[in-house]
Write a protein that binds this ligand. Structure first.
Ligand code: 5CA
Ligand code: ZN
Length: 412
């Protein structure tokens, strides 16, 4: 397991029990997520470390950080696993194109990602697991699927292993896509519908046998490396068990990634993979999805180098609801630099108004499908009223500081 130093953990814990609700893509409605007591289990798909963290990644991880904080604030323990896809085609291609060693590139970009997340005050996952270190678990899972008759080797030059996706119970229930849509999206997002020797175009790769010049590891399946979806299935089942609470990632992962991972888990265990699937809308720049492959990136690390306060970046991200697509603009950043300054002035000013209703409204907004956007407006209201107040309400400024720090993750 890769290490990720833990910063301070959130302080406020609600005295009235709160149920956290979030939009589940599979049911297409807002549902309670987590448990009533005990431990909530979260898996969030991590980065493929071949380039620096951009605002799209940051939006995804800050959104799940908000869920993590909301659960903790509701008095739950949180067991959170995130993977890092430290061996995969795009990473190997970038390493070859730039003439660097793929493992060095992965390590360097993973370190930068953790630095960016720490700056944004994202609480580290309890377990941060690389695809490479999960290879034994992937081998065990593929063997388990083989025994149950769900995997086969293609009849082709390289006899790679494939999963019979469409035979798994419940396949299609995460995305609700029809077959034609699945085939289109699969081809667009790294799938190989036309691969020779497959039984069904939607079957997905679980173990790729060694090719010359590519890294490979020993396995009962032959020397090779894991397919993408099975990486997350194996890591999630190993670290969180069956039917964990929330599987998270961006909407670009809904199909095929989350659909295929869920199908593999159901085929192996007979139980649902996750209880709910929470997806974060895509962040764009100038009308196009921000992506490493397109190169239209606003990088967290570059803004930090330019001296932008990471808390202002965090406020920009919190100001957008996770179901709504949005584009990064400098005007949005400027507005949140000003917002941060006004909040800081209010918590260190000489006057304030009572914060009880503010605390209640912020908690309610976050527990209602992670509406931090509304929570920020509530704090704006308290800050404006406090700056105009004629007296100081004892404890109110510290209460708001703790709330904003613990639940929203913004240090004032
Ligand atoms: N390693 C896989 C997941 S197992 C992967 O998709 N890596 S990634 O580096 O491409 O993306 C990391 C995370 O950021 C994923 O959850 C992805 O859905 C999310 N993401 C990527 N681009 C954006 C974007 N423009 N807006 C919002 N989220 C994004
Ligand atoms: Zn994943």
């Amino acid at each position: 397991m890769k290490s990720w130093p833990s910063p301070s953990l959130p302080s406020p814990v609600s005295t009235t029990p709160t149920t956290v609700n979030a939009h589940d893509t599979a049911r297409d409605r807002v549902v309670p997520v987590g448990t009533e007591s005990g431990t909530a289990r979260l898996y969030v798909c991590g980065i493929t470390p071949y380039d620096a963290t951009h605002m799209g990644h940051a939006f995804t991880y800050v959104t799940f950080d908000l869920l993590n904080r909301a659960w903790r604030d509701a008095g739950l323990q949180v067991s959170y696993t995130q993977n890092v896809t430290d061996v995969d085609d795009p990473l190997l291609e970038r390493a070859t194109a730039t003439g660097v060693d793929w493992a060095d590139l992965a390590e360097e970009q993973t370190d930068l990602f953790r630095e960016d997340m720490t700056a944004l005050r994202v609480i580290p996952p309890e377990r941060y697991v690389g695809a490479v270190e999960a290879i034994p678990e992937v081998g065990t899972l593929v063997e388990r699927l083989a025994k149950a008759g769900y995997v086969y080797q293609v009849d082709d030059e390289y006899r790679d292993w494939y999963f019979t996706t469409t035979r798994a119970a419940g396949f299609g229930e995460v995305s609700s896509y029809d077959r034609a849509t699945m085939l289109d999206v699969f081809a667009e997002r790294g799938g190989d519908p036309d691969r020779t020797g497959k039984r069904d175009p939607l079957d997905c790769l679980v173990w790729r046998l060694e090719r010359e010049g590519e890294p490979a590891w020993e396995s009962p399946l032959g020397r090779g490396r894991p397919g993408w979806h099975i990486e997350c299935t194996a890591i999630a089942l190993e670290t969180l068990g069956e039917s964990f609470d929330v599987q998270g990632g961006g909407t670009d992962l809904l199909f095929p990634h989350h659909e295929m991972s869920a199908a593999e888990a159901v085929a192996a265990t007979g139980e649902p993979f996750a209880k709910a699937y929470v997806h974060v809308a895509m962040v764009g720049l100038d009308g196009e999805k921000m992506s490493k492959s397109k190169g239209n990136l606003v990088l967290v690390s570059r803004l930090r180098e330019q001296g932008v306060d990471p808390m202002a970046i965090r406020l920009v991200l919190l100001g957008h609801h996770h179901l709504t697509e949005w584009s990064w603009t400098s005007a949005d950043l400027d507005a949140n630099v000003a917002r941060l300054a006004s909040w800081r002035a209010a918590v260190s000013g000489a006057t304030s108004v009572d914060a009880e209703e503010t605390v209640r409204a912020v908690r309610a907004a976050v527990a209602d499908d992670l509406h931090a956007d509304r929570a920020l407006e509530v704090i704006d209201g308290w800050a404006a009223a406090s700056s105009q107040a004629s007296s100081d309400e004892p404890g109110a400024r510290q209460t708001v500081r703790d709330l904003v720090d613990g639940l929203l993750g913004v240090a004032l």
